[in-house]
Structure formats: structure tokens, C-alpha cells
Ligand binder design. Structure first.
Ligand SMILES: Cc1cc2nc3c(=O)[nH]c(=O)nc-3n(C[C@H](O)[C@H](O)[C@H](O)COP(=O)(O)OP(=O)(O)OC[C@H]3O[C@@H](n4cnc5c(N)ncnc54)[C@H](O)[C@@H]3O)c2cc1C
Length: 391
């Protein structure tokens, strides 16, 4: 038997399987728009939405199909508590920056909620608590000190020893009123808004380079498009005049979607070390449990080694009935744990990357900041995510 056959579940993201495919055209030649956005993930599509909303013509250029990159690999927890980060940021960058990061995360969660409410997007958006917990009593003090840090920053947290998971855990930080959704249903709805009135999404169009000038030429494998502004939202920047790649570290993470015996609680759960996460998602057969974890380098000779490890972990914790899907994806983490968002050293060319496995909020923050920069509107978080801060 081949190794692959030992692991159950179709190797595809559930988000992709449970939403329609897209079929946007390749680039039209000879076009000019206000802003070209490279990359059709959460950062790119949200940026295009906010720019169109504020009167700009936009074109999203996507090498493959939109929302099929890292954003389809996500587990789509929308939270102002991206794991155990605040204590670390306070000690590395100081309380004022940590406060601004917390405030930016709060704003991003609310922005997603506002967009969904205003546009009446049917994407299974649900407000739920998020727990960051430990299984090991020895790590309780780390939970306590992260809780203290998050509380000092005014985040909606409590310390609890009651984690409603169906297995024994130690204590947790509970973030109230966080959210989860179906990321593709959300972004496909936004993509429908983006197109029309001089705005475009082009798929199967791979950006090769940007020729800078007052007017920029985005060169693709299908021809060029001209724009006043360019936003590089390709996760790993494909146009990188400042060599930001030197400050980006990529890792891969693995996901299983499964059914288990018994009741599994709604809510989002993160075991902080070693990192494993849980959430559920509604399906015709009831709630399916999405379990993620097991980091590895991006390129590994055999992903099944990691899927198997995650499967063993899941079977140790849950009475697994069936594994339906498995998938994995990479994301980029920066030197200081904050994303890189804003204008590059080249006037009018912006970048959004380094979301550190927390791109639902960080990608939305990126869209808000870049839209404000292009609209010459003040955004008090711009300094914090300055992409040139390591240079
Ligand atoms: C397993 C896993 C679980 C996660 N869970 C969470 C979570 O619970 N909550 C959370 O907030 N975040 C989570 N994340 C992180 C989050 O999914 C990412 O940070 C986010 O989706 C990244 O979005 P993006 O727009 O930068 O990238 P992408 O979605 O990858 O979008 C970039 C796009 O650019 C396109 N592209 C690349 N090169 C070119 C080119 N040359 N020309 C044109 N287009 C190009 C790609 O095809 C891609 O579609 C998770 C990540 C993983 C891997």
C-alpha cells in the first residue's frame, strides 16, 4: 500500500469544495486603472473592495484562480487574540506598540463584521468565544501572564479553568465575542462587488514585474496594464524592491476536517504549545470539526508524515468517526511578529505580507491601511506595520 492511502480524507480544502469555482477572464490588453492589486487572496480582494468603495477603479491580477492560495488553506478564525502574542510584543516592542496592535486587531474584527452586515453576505459568520489553552499544568503560568498582558491592553478576556472541550485541559484565556466564517463565501461575495464600472478581476494572469514611474506598468505573462498605484498582495511579494523576503520566514501548517462521536462544542480553541486548533463548520451532516496543527518547513518530501501526526493527535483527543478532508498551506511570519503593510521605498507601490498565520485580521488591517494611504487619509497604525522598519 502506498503511504498516501493510509490517511483518510480527500486532499483538498473544504472551503474550496463547498463553494463555487470562479472563471474570471485573462487580462484585457491596453487597460489603465487607478490601482492594480496583485493577488486575489483576503488581502488583495479586501483592498480592491475598499478602494472601489472610495471611488477608485481597480484591477485584481491573479496568477491562478482567486481565493485558492493561502486563504483557502486557512481555518478562518477571526480574532483579536492571535495566539500568545501580546506579552511577547509588550516585552519586545513596548506597551504602546502592543496597545496599537491590539487596537488594530479589534478594528479588523469589527471591519469584517461591518462588511458582512452592510453587504448582507451569507458566509456562515458567527460570533463565538476563542479559548487559548494549555493541556499541561506546567504551562499555566504562561497562560496567566498572557492573560494579564491582554487584559492590560483592554482586550475582552477572562481567565478560566472551564474549557468546554471534550477532553481534559489546563486553564485558558477566553476572548469573548470573536468570530468565524467561511472565507471563500465571504471573498467570492466581495469579488462580485469588485467587478464592474471600470473595475476588473483577471485570473490566469501572472504578474512578472512592475515598471515604476509616475504611471506604473504591471507586466504580466498575458500583457501589461497601467496604473497610478500598485498593491503587492501575493503573500510572498512577487515584486520586492526592498528585499523584504529577507525578513519573512515561511512555514507550513496542516488541517484535517472530520466528524467525531459525541458533542463537540462551538467556539474556537487554540492549544498554544505545541499549537493545535479547533473550530467547527456547519455541513449537511451536522457540524464538522476542523483540527489544525503540526508546523513544518514549506517544502517537505512527504506531507503525509505530518498529516499522520495530526491524525494521531486528533484520534488521541476525539472519538473520530471519519476524516473527510485534509489540506495544508504555508504563511509568512516576520522577524518581530507584526505584518509588513504599507508603501515600499517606491512611491505609489504598496505591499501587504507577513500575516503570521493570522491573515483574516491582519489581511483586513492591510486593506484598511493601504486604502487609507492611497486616499491620503490618516491611519494611526501605519507606523506600526511600516514595511521598511527592518531596513
Ligand atoms: C493552516 C492555516 C490555518 C490558518 N488559520 C488562520 C486563522 O484561523 N485565522 C487567521 O486569521 N489566519 C489564519 N491563517 C493565515 C491566513 O490564512 C493567511 O494569513 C491569509 O490567508 C493570507 O492571505 P493573502 O491574501 O496574503 O495570501 P493568498 O490567499 O495566498 O493570496 C495571494 C494570491 O496571490 C496570488 N499570486 C501569487 N503570485 C502571483 C503573481 N505573480 N501574479 C498574480 N498573482 C499571484 C496567489 O495565487 C494567491 O491567490 C491560517 C493559515 C494556514 C496555513
Amino acid at each position: 500500500m502506498k503511504k498516501e492511502e493510509k490517511i483518510m480524507g480527500k486532499e483538498v480544502s473544504f472551503w474550496l469544495e463547498s463553494s463555487p469555482a470562479t472563471d474570471f477572464p485573462k487580462i484585457e490588453k491596453g487597460l489603465r486603472v487607478d490601482a492594480v492589486i496583485l493577488g486575489g487572496g483576503i488581502a488583495g480582494i479586501t483592498t480592491a473592495t475598499l478602494l472601489k468603495e472610495t471611488g477608485h477603479t481597480v484591477a485584481v491580477i491573479e496568477a491562478d484562480r482567486i481565493v485558492k492560495g493561502v486563504t483557502v488553506g486557512t481555518t478562518a478564525k477571526i480574532s483579536m487574540g492571535p495566539n500568545m502574542i501580546y506579552k511577547n510584543i509588550i516585552s519586545k516592542l513596548g506597551k504602546s506598540k502592543a496597545q496599537d496592535f491590539a487596537n488594530a486587531n479589534i478594528k479588523a474584527v469589527e471591519k469584517i463584521a461591518d462588511i458582512i452586515r452592510e453587504r448582507k453576505i451569507d458566509c456562515e459568520f458567527k460570533r463565538l468565544p476563542l479559548y487559548i489553552y494549555t493541556e499541561s499544568d506546567e504551562k499555566s503560568d504562561e497562560i496567566k501572564s498572557e492573560f494579564k498582558a491582554a487584559r492590560e491592553l483592554g482586550l475582552p478576556v477572562s481567565y478560566t479553568e472551564e474549557v468546554p472541550l471534550p477532553f481534559r485541559t489546563g486553564p485558558a484565556i477566553k476572548y469573548e465575542n470573536q468570530a468565524q466564517f467561511h472565507p471563500r463565501k465571504y471573498l467570492l461575495a466581495l469579488s462580485k462587488y469588485v467587478i464592474g464600472n471600470g473595475c476588473y478581476i483577471f485570473e490566469k494572469t501572472c504578474a512578472i514585474t512592475v515598471k515604476n514611474g509616475d504611471i506604473k506598468e504591471v507586466v504580466t505573462d498575458q500583457g501589461s496594464i497601467m496604473a497610478d498605484k500598485v498593491v503587492v498582495a501575493t503573500n510572498t511579494p512577487v515584486y520586492d524592491p526592498d528585499q523584504l523576503y529577507k525578513h519573512l520566514h515561511s512555514g507550513r501548517s496542516y488541517v484535517l476536517a472530520l466528524y467525531a462521536e459525541g458533542n463537540f462544542p462551538e467556539g474556537m480553541f487554540i492549544d498554544f504549545n505545541p499549537v493545535h486548533t479547533y473550530r467547527t463548520t456547519p455541513t449537511d451532516k451536522g457540524n464538522m470539526i476542523i483540527v489544525a496543527g503540526d508546523h513544518s518547513p514549506i517544502d517537505v518530501p512527504d506531507k503525509n508524515v505530518y498529516y499522520s501526526r495530526l491524525e494521531n493527535y486528533a484520534r488521541k483527543h476525539l472519538n473520530v468517526k471519519s476524516i473527510e478532508y485534509r489540506w495544508s498551506s504555508k504563511d509568512c511570519v516576520t522577524d518581530d511578529g507584526l505584518p509588513l503593510i504599507g508603501m515600499t521605498s517606491q512611491e505609489g507601490i504598496y505591499v501587504a505580507t507577513g500575516f503570521g498565520f493570522w491573515g483574516m485580521t491582519n489581511g483586513t488591517t492591510a486593506a484598511m491601511i493601504i486604502a487609507d494611504l492611497i486616499n491620503s487619509k490618516e491611519n494611526k497604525f501605519t507606523y506600526l506595520f511600516n514595511p521598511l522598519r527592518f531596513l
